[in-house]
Write a protein that binds this ligand. Structure first.
Ligand code: AMP
Length: 186
């Protein structure tokens, strides 16, 4: 049983580390970015609505993203836990998540903040080459992160859930730091 959020800038390694946590703890990774990209690829109505915001590096609207999360978290494989990657990304989403998890009687155990220098982030994103990784969109996504998502660090600190993890170095080394940070919750 592990119920956590991975918080970090785009390119901070949330996806990579989530995949390793899935292997280690046997709970699903829930990535709003992956769910949205899937919806775009399938050309669903939701995907068509989300695409413009994603291409611009803006946040997709809460009604789409929160609805998608609610549906995902009520599926049977999330009953024993989950690793949230890329959600919540704003104060309103954090509030919606708190409500949802209270309703489901499955409170968060920890929020891991992967901290990576801005310079390294830009280098990683430029090297990654995803379709929304062009320079302007990257700049926008980092701005959105600073404005909307970074304040969640204080939100979760106040709830006593925050674990700060240094997100630079090799993948295994960072994973070991995350495991150490989670030692008292899992
Ligand atoms: P990611 O894969 O997490 O970097 O997300 C890629 C893009 O999907 C973001 O730049 C946003 O446009 C959108 N997105 C992902 N998660 C969220 C979220 N929680 N709220 C709003 N938009 C999101």
């Amino acid at each position: 049983m592990l119920k956590i959020v991975l918080l970090g800038a785009p390119g901070s390694g949330k996806g990579t580390q989530s995949a390793k946590l899935v292997e280690r703890y046997g709970v699903p990774q829930v990535s709003t970015g992956d769910l949205l990209r899937h919806a775009v690829a399938e050309r669903t109505e939701l995907g068509l609505k989300a695409k413009a915001a994603m291409d611009a590096g803006e946040l997709v609207s809460d009604d789409i993203v929160v609805g998608m999360m609610r549906e995902r978290l009520t599926q049977p494989d999330a009953e024993n836990g989950f690793i949230l990657d890329g959600f919540p990304r704003s104060a309103s989403q954090a509030e919606a998540l708190d409500e949802m998890l209270t309703e489901l009687n499955r409170p968060l155990q920890a929020v891991v903040h992967l901290k990576v220098d801005n310079e390294e982030i830009v280098g990683r994103l430029m090297a990654r080459g995803r379709s929304d990784d062009n320079e302007e969109t990257i700049r926008n996504r980092l701005g959105v992160f600073e404005d909307q998502t970074a304040p969640l660090v204080a939100h979760y600190q106040a709830q006593g859930l925050l674990k700060q993890v240094h997100g630079q170095g090799d993948v295994e080394e960072i994973f070991a730091r995350i495991e150490a940070a989670l030692a008292d919750v899992s």
